[in-house]
Write a protein that binds this ligand. Structure first.
Ligand SMILES: *Cc1c(COP(=O)(O)O)cnc(C)c1O
Length: 393
């Protein structure tokens, strides 16, 4: 369970550490300016980044989220954010609008100049940042030690790892842990209906030209997994020319096919599978009925894919499943999976799930009720620049 941090999602593990790595390197490099992190978020990342950067020296953070694109709980989590160096603003439209707006800010020369004059420069905190991958390696080592301590395995025994995957950061960290010597057997990549990675790891063909689904595991609703580039870099023996060619093809045609040598390395390391929403619901319900263990939709996808893997291969090696979010972050889906049809509104839905299951609401979510809303601003895409200038006075 990687979700016991301040925002109840696994991204806390890395985003609690990254800001301090960044702040330390600013000092080390004698950087005089203050860094301002700009984030466009569809939910989890924005809140985790806000909590991570909150009141960290020489940093500011400004998060934009789509007005129509996040859940009520997620919006409340961001709107009540504490800290002196934070800002939150919603953007009219969907995630694409927010994301395009932020990209435009990064390439706005005149904004950059004005900010430099005020002692600021812009940076991002997205998941290809090495400072986010690095801290994630640690918990795979720690999980292996936990299994030893619990006498489920002996030192040197192999374990498999199954990870619900979107941008490929979390499972890549497991891959690095393996390279560092943790006896990991197979890396099992679990996807939802957006199963571009399942196909890639099975066939060596990456093809993003397919239908995009909005699923009940939204943090995995991704058709371009940016950290895959880093895996390819490793598997080609750091052949940057070849990787650049693949990424060029991806940009132009949405598709590339790796060489047989690389595909061979891929299939020796990885297994892959996917699980649609109907099956995800069933797994949440069954896990609760059979084990009294409450899981969120992302974690349910991983459990299902692990089970498929075991059935197909007969490989019963002990396995670590990365549980990436608290079920209370996705109350509506989880309640639905438990057979509830009348859902409470706003934060009352947290109590509804807790009363039904007897599982306590995680403290950071329970505290939302009493927190004052600090940020209510909504802007159109064209006015995001004004928000940045307003905040960075
Ligand atoms: C971000 C996220 C994922 C996907 O992790 P990646 O490192 O992008 O593969 C899975 N589950 C949850 C709950 C997440 O927030």
């Amino acid at each position: 369970e990687l979700w016991h941090g301040p925002t109840c999602a696994f991204k806390d593990m890395a985003l609690q550490m990254l800001p301090h790595l960044l702040s330390a390197s600013l000092v080390k490099n004698q950087e005089e300016k203050t860094v301002c992190i700009l984030v466009a978020t569809s939910g989890d990342t924005g809140k985790a980044a806000l909590e991570g950067f909150r009141d960290v020296e020489k940093t500011r953070i400004l998060v934009f989220y789509p007005k129509d694109g996040v859940s009520a709980i997620q919006e409340l989590q961001m709107a009540t954010q504490e800290g002196e160096n934070v800002g939150v603003c919603s953007v009219v439209g969907n995630f694409d609008d927010a994301q395009t707006g932020v990209k435009r800010l990064f390439s706005d020369e005149s904004l950059r100049e004005q900010l430099a004059g005020r002692g600021f420069f812009l940076s991002s905190a997205n998941s290809i940042n090495w400072g986010r991958v690095l801290p994630q390696i640690v918990y795979y080592i720690s999980a292996y030690c936990d299994l030893m301590r619990a006498e489920r395995i002996r030192k040197g025994d192999k374990v498999n790892v199954c990870v619900p995957t979107g941008n490929f950061g979390n499972i890549l960290a497991a891959c690095y842990a393996r390279e560092m010597g943790v006896p990991i057997g197979r890396l099992i990549c679990a996807s939802n209906s957006n199963n571009v990675l399942t196909d890639f790891l099975r066939t060596g063909v990456y093809d993003r030209n397919r239908t995009f689904y909005n699923t009940m595991s939204p943090s995995m609703d991704i058709l371009i997994s940016s950290n895959l580039e880093r895996l390819l870099f490793a598997l080609t023996g750091h052949d940057d020319e070849q990787v650049r060619e693949y990424m060029g093809q991806l940009n132009q045609t949405g598709r590339y096919e790796v060489s047989p040598a690389i595909q061979d390395r891929l299939t020796r390391l990885f297994s892959a599978g996917f699980c649609d929403d109907a099956q995800t619901q069933k797994v949440i319900g069954r896990m609760w009925q059979e084990h009294h263990y409450l899981i969120d939709p992302h974690t349910a996808v991983a459990f299902d894919v692990l089970e498929q893997y075991r059935k197909e291969t007969g490989d019963d090696t002990p396995a670590i499943v990365a549980s990436t979010a608290s079920p209370f972050k996705f109350c509506d889906s989880v309640l639905g999976a438990l057979g509830v049809t009348e859902l409470a509104e706003g934060t009352a839905i947290l109590d509804q799930l807790s009363e039904l299951t007897g599982v306590p609401v995680p403290a950071p979510l329970a505290a939302l009720k009493d927190k004052p809303v600090r940020f209510r601003e909504t802007v159109t895409r064209d006015h995001m620049v004004d928000q940045v200038l307003e905040m960075l006075r």
